[in-house]
Design a binder for this molecule. Structure first.
Ligand code: AMP
Ligand code: ZN
Length: 503
């Protein structure tokens, strides 16, 4: 049974889906006026992991994520740059999708854009007006917060102690605060200002407020109540409080059964944000860092906890991921070199350990998606497998259970969105994993005349084997010292020399 932390009830609860075996999940998407930073990416990666895990546990997940492509910030940027809001939004929507692909985040099943969903927002606003939960003032429509007694419940705030919305001046010089019946009320529809994108509505030309889009889209694509509503913790108030109020006031039913919120990515203990200027763009980080390493760093912290980002932690994550990749490579090598000999392993215990590792991973992830603990279980498993197999030659009988153990490591990392095998194959294929100096070394001591680093390593190993066979110890040592000097580790085994690059 999966248990998850529900923001609304402030505790872990059993996860029971609305429909057996199916999950409807909505995660608020970006406002597209800039490239996303790694803080935004953390939230999207966290929910990607949650979604992948639910799928792996057999749920049929429908994942909806909106794109906010009309908003004050987009209009502001368009005005600054002398182009249309639609152009700005189109550019950054495309960039967002590219960034998500680069980060290995699965596409949502449905990615509605606010500007394409105006009719369903108008319909919802009309229902709220008709039900006495919203009112119009000069072409604006406001939600009447006090008409929804449960307001504040999601974020745990007392309605009478809440701060009022910030004072905003309209083009006509009238403060929005003066137009609202209550300072807590928020805009569902904003009357058009000159030069801004606008749509026809029963209240005249205008555009939707931010909160209403998620209410309209989630209802349209998932139906109410749906299972999981997610986003970063900074969205709980006011965005999600408002979404819930509008949706539940309109339908008289529950909006989302479970509310999940991710912790903030921080730099020097401060939230990464565009406004603080302490951000790193995802696309910049991915220029020098493998997406799997960035994801691995994120997985090492529970999704609800704050995550302090630093280059050191990124390097540590790279090293930790490297250990898993090496372990898989070692197992592959042992499997390829199995011999027709008696088994050196306690096979029954070995298989039992593999089963236990899978169970431990599931238990950790079932407990509110504890990726940090789940990774710890994978590391413990790898350590035990290494201890069992180190320095041994496998027998043919060992191949199926050892392959099962190796495949389990690959699968479990895959569930978290980290592909340990494909990444490696790509790196090896291009010889990227090896330093380019190895080509010169191979030319000098092995007569190699190509330009491929991995071929150069093969040539060096062949030259060393030849030299040893000819008892030309000086040459054999020269190859060995050359490789070691470049950061390679050579291990002699009964099946021949194997080399790994540790840098
Ligand atoms: P925005 O475009 O600002 O609405 O943000 C898009 C998503 O990124 C939302 O789910 C935010 O909660 C999330 N987010 C923004 N800043 C951070 C941060 N520093 N750490 C984690 N998530 C963040
Ligand atoms: Zn939303």
């Amino acid at each position: 049974m999966i248990r998850l932390y529900n923001t609304k009830t402030r505790g872990k609860v059993d996860f029971e889906t609305r429909e057996r075996g199916k999950v409807g999940m909505y995660v608020c998407g970006p406002t597209v006026y800039n490239y996303i930073h790694i803080g935004n990416a953390r939230t999207f990666i966290s929910f990607d992991v949650i979604r992948r895990y639910l799928m792996w546990r057999g749920f049929d997940v429908t994942f909806v994520q909106n794109v906010t492509d009309v908003d004050d910030k987009i209009i502001g940027k368009a005005n600054e740059e002398g182009r249309s809001a639609a152009e700005v939004a189109a550019e950054y929507t495309e960039a967002f999708i590219e960034d998500m692909h680069a980060a290995g985040v699965l596409d949502p099943d449905i990615r509605p854009k606010a500007t394409e969903e105006i009719p369903s927002m108008i319909e919802l606003i009309q229902e709220l007006v008709d039900g006495g939960h919203a009112y119009e003032v000069d072409g604006d429509v406001y939600f009447s917060v006090r008409s929804f007694p449960a307001y504040g419940e999601l974020s745990g705030r007392n309605i009478d102690e809440m701060e009022c919305g910030h004072r905003e001046l309209r083009a006509d010089g009238k403060g929005i605060e003066d137009r609202k019946r209550d300072p807590l009320d928020f805009a569902l529809w904003k009357a058009a200002k000159p030069g801004e994108p606008a749509w026809d509505s029963p209240w005249g030309q205008g555009r939707p407020g931010w909160h209403i889009e998620c209410s309209a889209m989630s209802r349209k694509y998932l139906g109410l109540p749906f299972d999981i509503h997610g986003g970063g913790g900074d969205l709980v108030f006011p965005h999600h409080e408002n979404e819930r109020a509008q949706s539940e006031a309109a339908c008289g039913c529950t909006f989302a059964n479970y509310w999940m919120h991710g912790g903030m990515l921080q730099i020097n203990s401060e939230k990464m944000s565009k406004s603080l200027g302490n951000f790193k763009l995802l696309r910049d980080v991915l220029k020098t860092t493998d997406a799997a390493v960035l994801r691995f760093l994120m997985l090492q912290t529970h999704y609800r906890s704050p995550l302090d980002f630093s280059e050191d932690r990124l390097a540590e994550a790279g090293a930790a991921l490297g250990r898993i990749k090496n372990a898989v490579k070692n197992l592959d090598w042992l499997l390829e070199n199995a011999q027709d000999i008696p088994s050196p392993l306690d096979l029954r215990a070995f298989m039992e350990r593999t089963r236990a590792a899978k169970m431990a991973f599931i238990l950790a992830m079932d407990d509110d998606f504890n990726t940090c603990k789940a990774l710890g279980e994978v590391f413990d498993f790898i350590a035990d497998v290494n201890a069992q197999t180190a320095g041994k030659t496998l027998s043919l009988a060992d191949v199926p259970p050892v392959r099962e153990a190796r495949d389990l490591v690959v699968d479990l990392l895959g569930v978290l969105g980290v592909d340990v095998v494909a990444d490696d194959a790509a790196a090896e294929g291009e010889g990227e994993a090896y330093p380019p100096e190895v080509v010169a070394l191979a030319a000098e001591v092995a007569g190699y005349d190509g330009a491929c680093a991995s071929e150069a390593v093969d040539a060096l190993l062949a030259a060393r084997t030849e030299a040893r066979a000819a008892k030309d110890w000086a040459r054999a040592d020269a190859v060995r010292d050359g490789l070691t000097g470049l950061g390679f580790v050579i291990e002699d085994t009964p099946q021949g020399a194997r080399v790994s690059y540790e840098g």
